[in-house]
Design a protein around this ligand. Structure first.
Ligand code: ZN
Length: 116
């Protein structure tokens, strides 16, 4: 599957109604496989999802960090959090306590996480 085909399938499946039967097709599975197999497809997909949420990705090193930061605001079990207080990123230790491990580089692309 090429990128153009992937984008077409994204449009086809972006508003899929999972409550109706028959949504799981071979074409849908091929779409998911392509998203997993091609990192730039995956990053493009995440960007589209964040655009829908009006979440600005411009200040992030990559869409993957942006996506996890966005979902970290909603989900306390997320892998990474952004701390507004000192503009830093951290990995929470999910042991019931408040422990965090501060990180200096993006876990997904390796870029330095300069404080902005
Ligand atoms: Zn990154």
């Amino acid at each position: 599957m090429n990128f153009t085909e992937f984008k077409k399938l994204y449009q086809k499946f972006e508003n899929i109604d999972y409550s109706k039967s028959g949504w799981r097709t071979a074409e849908y599975d091929a779409f998911l496989d392509a998203k997993d197999d091609h990192h730039h497809f995956y990053e493009w997909y995440l960007k589209q999802e964040l655009i829908k949420e009006n979440f600005n990705t411009e200040n992030f090193c990559c869409p993957v960090l942006a996506y996890h930061t966005f979902s970290g605001k909603k989900n306390e079990n997320e892998a990474i959090i952004y701390q507004k207080v000192d503009k830093s990123f951290a990995i929470p230790i999910h042991d019931g306590g408040p422990s965090l491990i501060a990180i200096r580089n993006c876990p997904w692309c390796g870029s330095g996480l300069n404080k902005k």
